[in-house]
Design a binder for this molecule. Structure first.
Ligand SMILES: CC(=O)N[C@H]1[C@@H](OP(=O)(O)OP(=O)(O)OC[C@H]2O[C@@H](n3ccc(=O)[nH]c3=O)[C@H](O)[C@@H]2O)O[C@H](CO)[C@@H](O)[C@@H]1O[C@H](C)C(=O)N[C@@H](C)C(=O)N[C@H](CCC(=O)O)C(=O)O
Ligand SMILES: Nc1ncnc2c1ncn2[C@@H]1O[C@H](COP(=O)(O)OP(=O)(O)OP(=O)(O)O)[C@@H](O)[C@H]1O
Ligand SMILES: N[C@H](CCC[C@H](N)C(=O)O)C(=O)O
Ligand SMILES: [Mg+2]
Length: 501
């Protein structure tokens, strides 16, 4: 419970109607969640205007409303007019929930690819060391074993603060969370105080939102400004940067090393503080050595692919700063199983491999197809598409990558959202055709229906081939123009395999 006067203390108010001593029992920006005693914040969204729901919120029991446009609600409801309701919300939410991030160790991971994977490895290491760990990210949030659904990779500010506050109540000691570039720019992590920040990599994605790679890099760098900002309540911080990434310097420049020590990891440059070398890949796992402070260690992981060595290094780095020894971290990594929908093998006893993977960026697709090549004697059959209402520029690039690295490509739909699936596919095919000019034997098909595309890929596979179904990973839905349907690549692959048997 908080008093309205205290809640708006940091906010510049233009006009106040009603009683500032009103007690507020909850805050929300979603009228559907308003309860008796709630404060409702009206946000102007991309789809609807929250001010249109003010009357509904009032009818449902809201006692106070924050608005930036005129609203008409009964006089007994306190209304605070501000210039920008989003900004007001970013100030109010951490205060309302008593700044939960100050009460736990907060490990934040950012980068285009590998956030979810690195988060899960770090959480596993910390859990094995006896800590109670919370996870926040693309697949879900976890409080210990308890799963909580998330709508965004990084939840919007009220949802995030509420989640963190639940974690405090459940005695979580460490939180491993993905921090997306959207969340940094859109203020979702305002009021979060981080202890460790890890940068995985930066490659093309989300240019619909950021417009240029430079802006995108600057957005990611905001996390490193945050972790090293001085006016925080934390000590013992760390920033871990993948030094092999071309954008590493942008992150490094953002770190104030007087507040937050800077650490590096990598595989190309032996000056990296955590330096992996001598990697060997044995189909479904890898072994490599790590040099750390002049000591050499052997690491074994069930995760396939060179890129997963980077993910493992980033996770180990954060764990080291949380007081875990190198030996304990390596021991934990050994029995880390996998992340749902990331290189997930679908085995129905067939004579070829079928993998469901979340590669949905050019770099992710290239990495996964490269890994497939390393472990496959037969052909690579790739099924993939691109999401609608997202970066259009990546579409032809992903088309070219599949054409170059797979033997057979089946271009299909991902989540078309409000776009025409055929048009998205056309954009992808531009890239496939570009490669075909120099590779006339290249074989590809276009099958817009993802179920049929998966069936076709499985039916084309012969002994020792590998079918890579990329883009949707753990997702159990497909977002179409007018509805979201249940759709799970893993189920579809299993059904297709049963049919060809
Ligand atoms: C562009 C963007 O960030 N959109 C976010 C935004 O939605 P929006 O602006 O469309 O909201 P809206 O539907 O117009 O609603 C406006 C307001 O009216 C309210 N409302 C609405 C309906 C109603 O009946 N009553 C009501 O009060 C809403 O709660 C909201 O406050 O606010 C929603 C929460 O209220 C977010 O879930 C939503 O993320 C959408 C789902 C999204 O797809 N975002 C992507 C672009 C994203 O953020 N991705 C990143 C990166 C992913 C990665 O790389 O890993 C992420 O962190 O997820
Ligand atoms: N370090 C990496 N470098 C390049 N590609 C990677 C890396 N790690 C994972 N991938 C590829 O990217 C896909 C998504 O990985 P993951 O879910 O860990 O990334 P993410 O950053 O959380 O993605 P999102 O932005 O959707 O949250 C994987 O399925 C794999 O194909
Ligand atoms: N976090 C990413 C996930 C993309 C997953 C892919 N299946 C798609 O729908 O484009 C995004 O929201 O852009
Ligand atoms: Mg993720």
């Amino acid at each position: 419970m908080k008093i309205l006067r205290d809640l708006i203390e940091k906010t510049h108010c233009l006009k106040i109607q009603g009683d500032l001593n009103t007690a507020v029992s909850d805050i929300t920006a979603d009228s559907r969640e308003v309860k008796k005693g709630s404060l409702f914040i009206c946000l102007c969204g991309a789809h609807v205007n929250g001010h249109d729901f003010a009357a509904k919120a009032a009818a449902q029991g809201a006692v106070a409303i924050v608005a930036q446009e005129p609203i008409d609600v009964p006089d007994e409801i306190a209304v605070v007019y501000v210039e920008d309701t989003r900004e007001a919300m970013e100030d109010m939410a951490p205060f309302f929930f008593d700044y939960p991030s100050r009460k736990m160790r907060m490990i934040a991971l950012t980068g285009t690819n590998g956030k979810t994977t690195t988060t899960h490895i770090a959480a596993h290491i910390l859990h094995k060391a006896g800590n109670k760990v919370g996870v926040i990210g693309t697949i879900h949030a976890l409080i210990g074993d308890k799963e909580i659904p998330t709508h965004n990779t990084t939840p919007v500010v009220i949802d995030l603060q509420r989640l963190l506050s639940m974690m405090v109540d459940e005695h979580v000691t460490h939180v491993c969370m993905e921090v997306s570039s959207h969340s940094l720019v859109l203020g979702r992590v305002k009021g979060c105080e981080f202890d460790d920040a890890v940068f995985t990599n930066l490659t093309e994605d989300h240019l619909d939102f950021h417009k240029t790679m430079e802006n995108y890099a600057k957005a990611k760098a905001m996390l490193f400004e945050m972790v090293s900002s001085e006016n925080q309540h934390k000590t013992g911080k760390s920033a871990w940067i993948n030094i092999d990434d071309p954008y590493a310097h942008t992150m490094i420049e953002a770190v104030n090393t007087e507040v937050c020590p800077l650490h590096t990891y990598g595989m190309n440059d032996s000056s990296a503080e955590l330096y992996a070398y001598d990697s060997k890949f044995t189909g479904k796992s890898s072994r490599f050595k790590v040099r750390y402070h002049e000591n050499d260690y052997e690491v074994e992981t069930r995760l396939a692919g060179r890129f997963n060595i980077y993910n493992t290094l980033g996770a180990i780095g954060a764990a080291l700063n949380e007081g875990i020894s190198m030996d304990d971290a390596i021991e934990a990594v050994k029995d880390f199983q996998s992340v749902p929908g990331r290189f997930e093998l679908i085995d129905e006893g067939q004579s070829f491999a079928v993998v469901v993977d979340y590669a949905h960026t050019p770099d992710g697709l290239e990495k996964i197809l490269g890994t497939a090549r390393e472990i496959t004697e037969g052909k690579i059959i790739a099924v993939f598409g691109c999401g609608g209402d997202r970066d259009r520029m990546k579409r032809p690039i992903m088309g070219s990558i599949a054409a170059e690295h797979a033997d057979i490509s089946i271009v299909t739909s991902d989540n078309p959202r409000t776009e025409d699936p055929e048009k998205i596919i056309e954009d992808v095919v531009v890239g496939v055709e570009k490669v075909k000019k120099n590779k006339p034997d290249l074989y590809y098909e276009v099958i817009a229906d993802r179920r049929q595309a998966i069936k076709r890929a499985v039916s084309l596979a012969k002994d020792d081939d590998i079918v890579i179904i990329a883009g949707k990973g753990h997702e159990d839905y497909q977002i179409l123009k007018d509805r979201t349907i249940h759709f799970d690549d893993r189920e579809e692959a299993r059904n297709a395999l049963k049919e060809v048997k």
